[in-house]
Design a protein around this ligand. Structure first.
Ligand SMILES: *[C@@H]1O[C@H](CO)[C@@H](O)[C@H](O)[C@H]1NC(C)=O
Ligand SMILES: *[C@@H]1O[C@H](CO)[C@@H](O)[C@H](O)[C@H]1NC(C)=O
Ligand SMILES: *[C@@H]1O[C@H](CO)[C@@H](O)[C@H](O)[C@H]1NC(C)=O
Ligand SMILES: *[C@@H]1O[C@H](CO)[C@@H](O)[C@H](O)[C@H]1NC(C)=O
Ligand SMILES: *[C@@H]1O[C@H](CO)[C@@H](O)[C@H](O)[C@H]1NC(C)=O
Ligand SMILES: *[C@@H]1O[C@H](CO)[C@@H](O)[C@H](O)[C@H]1NC(C)=O
Length: 272
């Protein structure tokens, strides 16, 4: 009896609580994100303190670009707003986030490793910014990732082979960066006969090589084997050349010495 009345009481209390019992994580996430990014005037004017303190009520948000689901931020679309600055690691506090689009801005700095805590993330679009540093291998912790679009940034280092284990990944674009190294076979021979990604996903990275791109290239754009060949060839030629030059020089000096010697003998010889 006591249990039922307690249950009834808590149900009633929940029903009468204001629907805007805000999640402190979303507030922390959005406030820190807003502070780390620099927003030009008139973009995101309604990302104000009262709105940030109260980002969602049910499915509604007063914040431009934010979409809510059951009182939590589940989608952030802040594309093409001339944003600069960096992506706050506190982004990880938006734990219900399923879709993040920060494309077509001027954001700098690294992709925070804290993305790994966004375990519901399905869409990650950070394309066309100035992001640098490496692609965090820990992105594989976001196991529902469907789309990873990082094209047109300044990312360096290798493509983490771990990304090949993301079984839902259907779009993967890292073209036009500064990535290097071999394309992981895990993204070519994917588990469960998932289709591999074609060259379009990788193009525009000078030091990236291997299928579906070509073999390793050097800075001059010539295949490495050819460079090695040229190196060996020129080495051999210079060896032969220096041998010939030395021989000729020796011969010449020999003759000179002989001539000088002859001269000296001639000088010593009394003239008749
Ligand atoms: C938010 O993220 C930071 C950094 O990852 C973490 O220290 C903090 O505990 C998180 N939660 C809140 C509510 O700030
Ligand atoms: C949006 O702002 C208006 C006016 O300040 C307020 O009445 C409303 O409750 C807010 N809505 C949400 C979803 O926070
Ligand atoms: C402020 O937010 C509301 C609700 O999302 C939106 O309709 C409106 O366009 C925003 N205002 C500005 C100036 O961005
Ligand atoms: C970005 O915004 C500018 C104006 O602010 C607009 O002219 C341009 O077409 C937009 N680009 C895209 C790709 O949406
Ligand atoms: C690449 O990103 C920069 C910075 O956002 C943008 O200005 C440029 O138009 C983009 N280039 C392409 C080809 O999308
Ligand atoms: C590569 O794959 C993408 C998406 O799957 C497709 O749109 C594109 O046409 C393909 N390109 C080539 C050259 O096969």
């Amino acid at each position: 009896m006591g249990f039922f009345s307690l249950t009834l009481m808590s149900i009633l209390m929940c029903a009468f609580l204001p629907p805007s019992s805000q999640d402190p994580n979303d507030q922390s996430c959005l406030t820190n994100l807003f502070q780390s990014m620099h927003v030009p005037d008139h973009n995101l004017v309604n990302w104000t303190e009262p709105n940030l303190a109260n980002p969602c009520s049910g499915f509604m948000s007063n914040l431009t670009g934010a979409t809510c689901n059951n009182g939590r931020i589940y989608k952030l679309s802040l594309s093409n707003l001339s944003l600069y600055g960096s992506i706050s690691p506190y982004i990880s506090n938006c734990t219900s986030l399923q879709s993040l689009d920060l494309s077509n801005n001027a954001l700098t700095g690294p992709i925070p490793t804290e993305f790994q805590y966004l375990i519901n993330l399905a869409i990650l679009d950070l394309s066309s910014n100035h992001l640098s540093g490496t692609i965090p291998p820990s992105l594989t912790m976001c196991m529902f990732l469907n789309i990873i679009d990082l094209h047109n940034n300044s990312l360096t280092g290798p493509i983490p082979p771990q990304l090949g284990s993301l079984v839902r990944l259907s779009v993967f674009d890292v073209s036009d960066n500064k990535l290097s190294g071999v394309i992981p076979t895990s993204l070519v021979d994917r588990p469960g006969n998932l289709p591999g990604f074609n060259a379009t996903s990788y193009s525009g990275n000078e030091d990236l090589y291997g299928y579906p791109l070509g073999p390793m290239k050097s800075r001059s754009g010539l295949p490495v084997l050819l460079i090695v060949g040229i190196g060996l060839g020129s080495g051999l030629i210079s060896l032969v050349l220096s041998f010939v030059v030395t021989c000729v020089w020796l011969k010449v000096t020999d003759q000179k010495l002989a001539a000088e010697h002859q001269g000296k003998i001639n000088e010593l010889m009394p003239e008749y």
